[in-house]
Design a protein around this ligand. Sequence first.
Ligand SMILES: [Mg+2]
Length: 273
Amino acid sequence: MRGVRKLIFTDIDGTLLDENYSWKRAENTLSRLRTKKIPVIFCSAKTRAEQKVLRKEMNIEDPYIVEDGSAVVVPMECPLYEIINENLNFLKKYQVKIKWDKEILIKLGVDYKEILNFLEYINKNKKFNLKFYGNMSIDEVAKVTGLSKKMAKLAMQREFSETVVSWNDEALRVIGEKFTALLGGKFVHVYGKRAGKDRSVEILTGLYTALYGEKPVTFGIGNSYTDIPMLRVVDFPAIVKNPDGWIDAKIGLYRAKGIATDGWIEFVEGFVL
Ligand SMILES: [Mg+2]
């Protein structure tokens, strides 16, 4: 595939980052991707605040997908920034809201406040006793996630989705009537019904097609069931191994033999670079 334009969509936790939230082993692979100008597009449940820290550490200036596909963010440094204006008709199809700033925010989901208000309302009126980031302290979030306090604080800076850490089936049914409520690795992710990793990947693939004048070849890599929507819409999907094995993806894809970062490197070095 020499000479062909390529895009990588990647999950973060348990995929690019290892169990200690470190990406250091991937440093060399990331720098080779940068040299070849292959965008590395994060596609994760993480917030904009969390992804900003990681993008800065890894020296990545490409667009990124936050909060389970609730929004696509295009930074000013990225060449896509210049062409958004010419592609508003394409974006219209996805019923997004666009906010211009130093970063362009293409919003597919709903505002965090809307979800938070609803969860507080059903907790009070139906006595569900749900626990979610919005009614927990930084210490509690750090404890249940294993994140440092600094990163837990950034994880709590939510704009479009909420993480529910304790729940029951009836509560999930009620939440599911209004929002998408999906079980991730450990917790339930709640976000707007029009949000989605699949739709976000399609939006960015469409915008890059407009930028390049040809459709780029897309690669996707994840580790959990919440990554399946992303993996369904890329040309070359892959999963890395989890400490307890691979997820049962039920779609044709590459199963990396390495766990997390090691599997990520294996796939990218073997198929993208
Ligand atoms: Mg993951």
